[in-house]
Design a protein around this ligand. Structure first.
Ligand code: EPU
Length: 419
């Protein structure tokens, strides 16, 4: 079993390069199945969810060629199967994008119910609502999803809930449909815009991504033959921004789009951190004990749920009591029990948690319960006094490229060891 050993406290200082966005990459790779030809994708994060996505594409008949660890060429001219390997699709959440892409390209697909982080109930009813509105038949039985369609026809779809996954999935299924599809109450995250930009680069006609109404004019085929670079990961950037604040350090975070970071910079300023914005990089520093704050997680451009645990570390050390309301996931406070083992004083009740700021955290053995919880525990380990052991690294490796190396470069005393 692998674990991270972290000795703190360290004030993080220096420069970090941000990788491509995980949640864009895991949608763009299935989107490549729509192309009757090849495409090259650059700036892919080298993480296990990306590798799994590529394995699924290969099993469906796509030819995958890695040029370097962040660049892949995909040839989807010859899709040979409509049955995605159940063992692989059940391993992570984003495998649901195979449904939208394969329905559109092949008119049929079978996948396992998607897995992923345990954050509470994760229904896919809005995805299914969209597929059915376009003319597909979808059945869910014994943990499998079967979707078929003789023909998909564009229509107007209202999302009952703002959902990243359902917005992207319906967009994928509508790209090759006959006529025009309109998605109302669409999610607006930067990765939605990125998937639309990728598809448009390959020949699709999608307008309005990044607003709450997306219009997709169906095209007969995507021809590809183009190169696309994945957008920088705003959650990875936000993780390092909050690490700078928690550790009272000074970081220059490079290769990011600072416009996407505004929901985070606003809250960082509120807790007393300082920011210098250079457009494609951002400097974040902090010299004081953080101020307390009230946070509510919301769809973009609200404060992202995927940075809630990392913000939880900052608020654990604040000068007073803070509140976080988690409005996206039912069960995203599991990490608070681990932080309490390190001396934090957090009282989590359902989807609300109260953080009574403490003077310092102390190193302890802790278990990452999901991807972002794992990132938060690394930040906690860096700022805590003494030695922290972080277990369950498979969660962290799903979404952060080379995380211990990036933390080491900015001064953290961190190493991965095998027990
Ligand atoms: N929801 C439904 N029905 C649906 C779809 C969603 O009720 O059909 C609900 C969910 O239960 C949740 C809310 O709608 O309460 C929002 O869920 P959404 O569909 O937006 O989440 P997702 O697409 O499953 C993506 C990210 C998550 C991130 C959320 C919210 C990917 C692969 N995952 O999940 O990322 O937390 O959006 O921003 O893009 C992570 O990276 O650590 C992570 C969990």
């Amino acid at each position: 079993m692998e674990k991270l050993l972290i000795t703190g406290p360290t004030a993080l200082k220096g420069e970090v390069e941000i990788s491509g966005a995980k949640n864009a990459a895991v949608a763009i790779l299935p989107a490549a199945l729509l192309i009757d030809g090849t495409c090259t994708i650059t700036n892919l994060p080298n993480i296990s969810d990306v590798k799994l996505s590529c394995e699924i594409l290969e099993a469906l008949g796509a030819k995958i060629t890695w040029t370097d660890k962040n660049t892949v060429t995909i040839d989807s001219s010859n899709i040979t199967s409509t049955q995605a390997p159940l063992g692989l699709t059940s391993k992570f959440r984003a495998s649901y994008y195979i449904i939208g892409a394969m329905l559109s390209r092949m008119g049929s697909v079978q996948v396992a119910m998607p897995g992923g982080c345990q954050l509470g109930a994760r229904p896919i009813d809005q995805h299914i609502k969209g597929f059915e509105a376009l003319g597909a038949e979808v059945t869910v039985e014994k943990g499998h999803i079967n979707a078929t369609a003789n023909k998909l026809v564009g229509t107007s779809i209202y999302m009952d809930i703002v959902s990243v996954g359902a917005t992207i999935n319906v967009m994928l299924s509508a790209v090759l449909a006959e006529g025009t599809t309109v998605i109302d109450n669409a999610a607006k995250e930067p990765h939605i815009v990125d998937v639309a930009n990728f598809l448009n680069t390959m020949g699709a006609d999608i307008r309005g991504a990044g607003t709450d109404m997306i219009k997709i004019n169906g095209v007969p085929k995507l021809t590809g033959n183009a190169t696309y670079s994945v957008v920088p990961d705003q959650i990875e950037a936000g993780t390092f921004m909050l690490a700078a604040v928690a550790s009272r350090g000074d970081l220059l975070i490079k290769n990011c789009i600072t416009k996407h970071l505004e929901p985070i910079t606003r809250k960082i300023l509120e807790v007393g951190g300082q920011i210098e914005d250079f457009g494609d990089s951002i400097r974040v520093w902090n010299t004081e004990k953080p101020k307390p704050a009230t946070i509510k997680t919301l769809p973009y451009p609200g404060f992202p749920t995927d940075l809630q645990p990392q913000m939880g570390v900052v608020l654990s050390l604040a000068d007073g009591t803070s509140i976080i309301n988690e409005s996206i996931w039912d069960s995203r406070f599991q990490y608070t029990e681990e932080l309490n083992k390190m001396g934090a004083k957090i009282n989590a009740q359902g989807t609300r948690a109260y953080f009574e700021g403490v003077d310092h955290l102390e190193g302890a053995p802790v278990f990452s319960t999901d991807l972002r919880a794992g990132a938060a525990l690394i930040v906690a380990g860096v700022v805590a006094e003494g030695e922290t052991e972080v277990y369950n690294l498979e969660h962290i490796d799903r979404g952060y490229e080379n995380i211990e190396e990036k933390f080491r470069k900015i001064g953290a005393k961190i190493k991965r060891v095998t027990e």
